[in-house]
Design a binder for this molecule. Structure first.
Ligand code: DNO
Length: 357
């Protein structure tokens, strides 16, 4: 496994690369061109520039998270072919720059959703939290304002303000899109992009929906082991796989994460490992990575990743906001660095235990 750290790029991310370089065991960053909107062509010079900047800090680009997918592709609109062409060209440019992993999601309208970005826990840390009853009270067209209000002046990933302008129209566009249509549209997209992924040796890894159930009446399909297996079976290519996000899948207590990992052997291209604390049906909050602080067994998760021989990039995910850090909510340095130290510890112990039989 190659330990990495999500970094949103200079000018967007307050964490300097030199600090990331000092987290033990981190070899790379997972980054993006944060100001690129879905449907925009990524410029070659900017791809080269970020690659050089990361290399100069003694790190590598472990993958791109994300190249976001235009809603016309997800909704299956006539203009999707034009946007798929653009996506293919971006993949080609990334592949030519030596980047071999792109994470994406196929959630209509909204990316990850939370009802609270700063729930205070007993130790004073603040975390992302979700309560379905709270979400049910929110007018979805106001959701962007709500996320922005809690973001402390930062643009949150997946909640870039440009998408807000079109929110009403987006809901209309998805009115006739059900889960089966979403599967079909994903298949259409994957069939179109896979030949380029294969040619340029670039893996595409779908991110699970977060939370792992439909929100605001919009369909969601990347929500369980069965559905992820269906997704990786849509096209016959080793380049189409999954970002195994323990927190997103783990939002639903019925998802058995170690079992999901074992079932997806060979299809996991990227791992996001974090913990969640279940509070009741449709209610959870994000906890520290440590097993006892949440509801997921992180040892069992890391063991499953070792058992399937996972060697791809892995990163801690959302961290708690602690120690007075003024960072992007969920993406501060301190708690994610603690998460890495813990995951490294589990990993070293598992590897040595396995070696000694
Ligand atoms: C949130 C992230 C998501 C994720 C995308 C992948 O913090 O987990 O925004 O990066 O869904 O496309």
């Amino acid at each position: 496994m190659r330990m990495s750290f999500r970094w949103f790029g200079s000018g967007f991310d307050p964490i300097p690369l030199k600090h990331i370089r000092q987290i033990p065991g981190v070899e790379g960053v997972v980054t993006t061109l944060y100001d690129m909107k879905p449907g925009e062509q990524w410029p070659v010079e900017r791809i080269r520039a970020v690659k050089a900047e990361v290399a100069a800090a003694g790190l590598r680009i472990s993958g791109i998270e994300s190249v976001n997918i235009h809603d016309s592709i997800k909704a299956g609109l006539p203009e999707r072919d034009k946007h798929i062409e653009t996506y293919i060209e971006t993949i080609k440019r990334l592949g030519e720059a030596g980047i071999d992993l792109v994470c994406y999601n196929f959630m209509p309208v909204f990316d990850w959703t939370r009802s609270d970005l700063a729930k205070v826990r007993p130790d004073g840390a603040t975390v992302f939290a979700y309560d379905q009853a709270e979400i049910d009270k929110i007018d979805p067209t106001k959701m962007f304002d709500k996320m922005k209000a809690g973001a402390g002046g930062f643009a949150l990933p997946g909640w870039e303000p440009e998408r807000l302008a079109k929110i009403g129209e987006l809901f209309r566009v998805y009115r006739d899109v059900d889960e089966e249509a979403l599967f079909a549209n994903l298949k259409y997209f994957l069939q179109a992009v896979m030949p380029t992924c294969e040619k340029y040796n670039l893996k595409l890894a779908i991110h699970p929906d977060d939370p792992a159930w439909p929100v605001f009446g919009l369909p969601r399909i990347a929500t369980s082991k069965e559905r992820l297996l269906r997704i990786v079976g849509l096209v016959d290519s080793p380049y189409s796989g999954v970002t195994l996000c323990t927190g997103s899948l783990g939002s639903n207590p019925e998802n058995d994460i170690p079992d999901t990992i074992r079932s997806l052997k060979g299809k996991i291209h990227f791992a996001h490992v974090r913990n969640v604390k279940h509070r009741g049906p449709g209610v959870f909050e994000e906890s520290a990575h440590l097993s006892v602080d949440g509801s997921l067994d992180m040892f069992a998760i890391m063991l499953a990743l070792h058992d399937i021989g996972f060697t791809g990039p892995i990163r801690p995910d959302h961290g708690r906001d602690i120690w007075g850090e003024k960072g992007m909510p969920g993406y501060g340095l301190y708690d994610r660095a603690l998460g890495i130290a813990y995951l490294n510890g589990l990993s070293e112990a598992i590897a040595k235990m396995k070696k000694s039989g």
